[in-house]
Design a protein around this ligand. Structure first.
Ligand code: G3H
Ligand code: 13P
Ligand code: ZN
Length: 316
């Protein structure tokens, strides 16, 4: 059942975070739905611009429609990840997405608000909800001065004004994470103090944490043992998701970790069976491993076990 992120956030706020997972192909789609049902979790399926053009936007959308039929118990939102204005409008007009993200965070403050407001007006007219972003995501390196590093993080006062003027339904905040497998250097980690200040100014308002992959070191070691070269990869401590949830983070974006599962499974499969040329044996292993990975993440996010309660709420 496709629902809006707004409905999911209403149930989750302050208690747990909903996992937002990116998909590109059918193996990820099957593993994602299976893993969420195995752990009885509501979830968010995310399609990036790149995912929509990897094969064809209609292909990934059809995968989700098919999964909705194959897994009738699933409760999930369909979300555009990091959209520009044109892609947001395309998704809003498609009638398929229940939520979109407008990422104008690279623009100056007022321009970001102006673009976000246009997307919000178009989306709300069709019952679609909007995530926006304020602040600059990017790893905070050890050598960068505190002043420089803080300048990238979301300013809590600006966050309040941004939400009021843009009308967005949730806000992606920069609290020190970045996308990909190389997030932190040295002892850097999440800036909870920023979340505390944002929550004070926006009580009850859903916040989003991008760049939340953990880059498990055992996964990296297995990839490298099978021929990979992922030196110095480092991610977010998944044991910190629970604390972030109490501070208003209701959506946690995870993509890179899933790609690492894919990479490990395929590297090991071809290393261990060099005569194999068939895509199905590693594909089967990947779907199972990805489902296991999703179920594990949902336990860390606190969304595991919430499915029945959420279904009861959205059916009312
Ligand atoms: O934030 C970016 C997501 O991980 C999606 O990545 O643009 O390569 O599909 P992508
Ligand atoms: P990761 O690269 O940490 O998985 O972040 C994904 C993300 O933020 C998607 O929007
Ligand atoms: Zn992101």
């Amino acid at each position: 059942m496709i629902v809006t992120t707004k409905e999911l956030f209403k149930h989750a706020y302050g208690k747990y975070a909903v996992g937002a997972y990116n998909i590109n192909n059918l193996e990820q789609t099957m593993g994602l739905f299976q893993g969420n049902l195995d752990s009885k979790a509501p979830f968010i399926v995310q399609l990036s611009k790149g995912a929509r053009s990897y094969t064809h936007k209609k292909m990934v959308e059809a995968l989700i429609r098919a999964a909705d039929e194959i897994f009738p118990d699933a409760v999930f939102a369909v979300h555009l990840d990091h959209g520009d204005e044109a892609t947001c409008m395309d998704c809003i007009n498609s009638g398929f997405y229940s939520s979109v993200m407008i990422d104008a965070s690279g623009e100056p403050f007022d321009k970001n608000i102006e673009i976000t407001r246009r997307v919000v007006d178009a989306a709300h007219a069709k019952g679609i909800v909007v995530e926006a972003e304020l602040g600059k995501l990017g790893g905070v390196e050890e050598h960068v001065s505190v002043k420089e590093a803080d300048a990238k993080l979301t300013d809590p006062e600006q966050a309040k004004e941004f939400v009021r003027r843009s009308g967005c339904d949730s806000l992606a905040c920069a609290i020190g994470t970045s996308h990909g497998a190389y997030k932190f250097a040295g002892s850097q980690g999440l800036h909870f103090e920023v979340l505390v200040e944002i929550q004070k100014r926006l009580p009850g308002f859903p916040l989003v944490m991008h760049g939340s992959s953990s880059v498990p070191q055992d996964e990296v070691a297995r990839i490298n043992a099978a021929g990979g070269q992922l030196g110095g990869a480092k991610g977010v401590d998944e044991n910190q998701f629970a604390k972030a949830a109490t501070l208003g983070v209701t959506k946690v974006n995870i993509d890179t970790d899933g790609r690492l599962v894919w990479c490990r499974v395929h590297r090991e499969a071809f290393r261990d069976d060099p005569k194999n040329f068939d895509l199905r044996p590693p594909g089967k292993v990947f779907m199972k491993e990805y489902a296991k990975f999703i179920a594990h993440k949902n336990v860390k996010l606190g969304s595991a076990g919430q499915l029945d309660a959420v279904r009861a709420l959205v059916k009312k």
